[in-house]
Write a protein that binds this ligand. Structure first.
Ligand SMILES: Nc1ncnc2c1ncn2[C@@H]1O[C@H](COP(=O)(O)OP(=O)(O)OP(=O)(O)O)[C@@H](O)[C@H]1O
Length: 284
């Protein structure tokens, strides 16, 4: 089952373009959308909300098209994004009332439970909430209509590690029954290493990878070695960086043996998602 499917999606905005991009988001899992600044993550997320329309190709949500099923699709989605979309002068319970009116499936008991869990006083004005509380409030609103898919643009940016950990715990709990899905973009790849099942990695509007996180992490090894080795051996180092102490970069896994690396005084490590993004970035 797929919660989201991009088919040959193309979109141009000035000199930035996404061209014939296809990927899908599996139902029942947490998918992380990663890529450097300006990669196109927000454009893709906005397309999932029908706030951006493709020039060509299509976006299917739960197998449905926005053209015919906008209301049905939107009701199945909880959306949290980094811009403020609340009326700041309202109190929490007043703002909640407005949001709740949009959703027939609104669960008020669940909302109150989140408010208690997050320590958000419902009589407080939205503008008086801290950034972290505001994110939690947005998350509570998004979750209280019990959506099938939670979409978030940078939900954990600007949150302290304790808040972040709490939000991540909530997401894992939320997908617990296997019928719900989460997709979120982030620059904090350690969050994804902790909880994501799948990764969609974009760069400059192009898809670099879409699949299980473990498969992406398994594609490469991070290698550090002496510069002399580069002269004597033709190593296909991805994102090669040199300094006075030696070289480092990625090697496609399976291309060189551990014995070879040991004999040549190379250190081989498991790369992080950050390492993969740094070393596979295209030089502009
Ligand atoms: N409405 C628009 N008009 C013109 N250009 C746009 C528009 N929206 C986005 N862009 C451009 O599209 C590119 C991708 O932007 P987008 O916000 O999707 O990237 P992102 O991966 O979310 O970046 P970041 O991590 O910095 O938030 C950028 O070059 C941006 O300037």
């Amino acid at each position: 089952m797929t919660a989201v499917e991009f088919r040959q999606f193309s979109k141009r905005n000035g000199d930035f373009g996404i061209s014939e991009l296809s990927f899908h988001v599996e139902t029942g899992y947490i998918t992380g959308l990663i890529g450097p600044n300006g990669a196109g993550k927000t454009t893709l997320i906005r397309s999932m909300m029908n706030l951006v329309r493709p020039d060509q190709g299509e976006v299917r949500m739960f197998g449905l098209m926005y053209k015919e099923h906008e209301r049905e699709i939107k009701r199945k989605i909880g959306f949290v994004y980094d811009e403020d979309f609340f009326y700041n002068h309202l109190k929490v319970h007043e703002m909640k009332k407005i949001a709740a009116a949009f959703y027939p499936t609104w669960n008020d008991a669940l909302f109150h439970r989140y408010m208690q869990q997050f320590g958000i006083p419902e009589g407080r004005k939205v503008r008086e909430l801290s950034k972290g509380m505001r994110t939690k409030f947005a998350l509570a609103v998004a979750l209280s209509h019990e959506p099938e898919l939670l979409i978030m643009d940078e939900p954990t940016s600007g949150l302290d590690p304790v808040f972040r950990r709490e939000v991540l715990g909530l997401l894992s709990e939320y997908i617990g029954d296997g019928k719900r899905s989460v997709l979120f973009s982030t620059h904090i790849s350690s969050d994804l290493e902790r909880i994501a099942d799948y990764i969609v990695y974009v760069q400059g509007g192009k898809l670099q990878f879409s699949g299980a996180k473990e498969d992406l992490l398994d594609c490469y090894v991070l290698v550090k070695g002496p510069l002399e080795l580069l002269h004597s051996e033709k190593l296909d180092v991805i994102g090669l960086q040199k300094n006075a102490l030696g070289f480092e970069g990625l090697l496609a896994k399976g291309r060189y043996s551990t014995d070879f690396m040991l004999q040549n005084h190379c250190m081989v490590e498991q790369p992080s998602l950050d390492d993969i993004m740094v070393y596979t970035r295209e030089v502009r």
